[in-house]
Design a protein around this ligand. Structure first.
Ligand SMILES: *Cc1c(COP(=O)(O)O)cnc(C)c1O
Length: 404
């Protein structure tokens, strides 16, 4: 057969486009030998804070470290419960556990794949009891002190509703914004659009290479408006030092290399354009799928949301066959994520069972992530849609018994 492959993600083209600038950054780093800390780090932190609209940005090793430091610095104590969703990357719950806390889950909204505020309300009102002003989880007997909504696929969770419940129950909100650089949410409460990373007490971003803003290696950041949380996070990433060899607390080696910060500063200038491309691709996908009928469920975008389409995820029956058919014509796909966290072996000890989060479980069987990256071409999107539609129409006819 004669066709051009369409990768799920193309990381080569953007780096070829920026090669001269990135090599220059590397040369400058070698010549100054300022590898840890310094102007490159501070400059990226200032730029990314400005981009998000937050007061502080603290650059760290990874999104996972960003989450862990945010959990610790926000005041979650060992033994506390932190509530999140089961359909996220395991880093969300690793950060909770590694801060000494215990993850518990609430189910998602089928339309947005994000935390369902109604399910959070049911959890807090029916699965917890009040002791004075503390909220105690009945399943673990431990105090619930924080909630981590995940802005999955680049679309923000319904933050007003989550924040209102958190306020009512005295919980800290930490955003997992690792997939949502620049995503926006219209806050009714504030009567304005707000970016990911500005709505919780703190937020965590990942700059893993495949993210919308990616380093040339591992990287992450915390954003916050809270001065004290910012200074605690700066200490946590640097062995708990407030100044060299004076350790106020025990911390970690969680700093971000200066060279990665300089790479990120170069790339951050391109992020608004890349985001617009992703949005245009998503719009085209959705328009073309509309012609193809109901067999494919495309992403929903509530009026209060301006997603950044880290991933373009559709739902269909018999997802495995679709993936195989697409692979056979050179089209790459992914699944984010195939196994909800409460069903992972690593979390057997949490004693959840099949059926506990029926929406997340059902969705995990049917989702497939289609090619999505800024440099994707219109003709490539048309080919993906044609291939998916051919399969879907056939699958539907099969389902109603028209063909064998
Ligand atoms: C990528 C990601 C993380 C972890 O980020 P790393 O930089 O890989 O440590 C956490 N949460 C979500 C939702 C992610 O997509």
């Amino acid at each position: 057969m004669n066709f051009e492959n369409i990768p799920f993600l193309d990381l080569i083209t953007p780096h070829r486009e920026l090669e001269d600038q990135l090599v220059q950054v590397f040369r400058n780093a070698l010549r100054s030998a300022a590898f840890i800390g310094g102007a490159a780090v501070e400059s990226f932190e200032a730029d990314f804070a400005h981009y998000c609209g937050s007061k502080h940005c603290i650059a760290v090793n990874s999104g996972t470290d960003a989450l862990r430091f945010a959990v610790i610095a926000s005041g979650v104590k060992p033994g506390d419960v932190v509530v999140t969703v089961p359909n996220t990357f395991i880093a969300t719950t690793e950060a909770i556990s590694q801060a000494g806390a215990l993850p518990e889950f609430v189910d998602i909204d089928e339309r947005t794949y994000n935390m369902d505020p109604q399910k959070l309300r049911e959890y807090l009102e029916q699965q917890c009891r009040r002791e004075g002003n503390r909220v105690i989880s009945r399943r673990s007997g431990r105090p619930v002190t924080a909630v981590i909504p995940v802005h999955l696929y680049g679309q923000m969770a319904n933050m007003d509703a989550i924040q209102a419940l958190a306020d009512e129950h005295g919980l800290i909100v930490i955003e997992d914004a690792c997939q949502a650089h620049g995503a926006e949410y219209f806050s009714q409460r504030d009567q304005r659009w707000r970016r990911a990373g500005t709505m919780g007490r703190a937020a965590a971003f990942s700059f893993y290479p495949g993210k919308n803003l990616g380093a040339c290696g591992e990287a992450g950041a915390i954003t916050t408006d809270d001065d004290e949380l910012a200074s605690t996070t700066r200490m946590l990433r640097d062995h708990g030092q407030s100044r060299k060899y004076y350790h106020d607390i025990e911390g970690y080696n969680g700093r971000l290399d200066a060279i990665q910060c300089a790479f990120l500063s170069v790339k951050l200038q391109h992020l608004p354009g890349w985001t617009e491309s992703r949005r245009a691709h998503a719009k085209l996908y959705t328009e073309l799928f509309a012609e193809a009928g109901a067999a494919i469920i495309t992403p929903q975008q509530p009026a209060w949301s301006k997603p950044v389409y880290h991933l373009y995820v559709v739902r269909c029956k018999d997802r495995g066959t679709l993936q195989a058919k697409l692979a056979a014509v050179g089209i790459g796909t992914g699944i984010h994520y195939p196994v909800p966290l409460h069903q992972q072996e690593a979390y057997g000890g949490l004693s959840y069972k099949l059926g506990d989060f029926s929406v997340a479980e059902a969705v995990a069987e049917e989702i497939v992530s289609l090619p999505m990256f800024p440099q994707l071409q219109r003709s490539q999107i048309e080919r993906v849609v044609a291939a998916v539609s051919t399969y879907a129409v056939r699958a539907e006819r099969q389902a109603v018994g028209l063909i064998g």
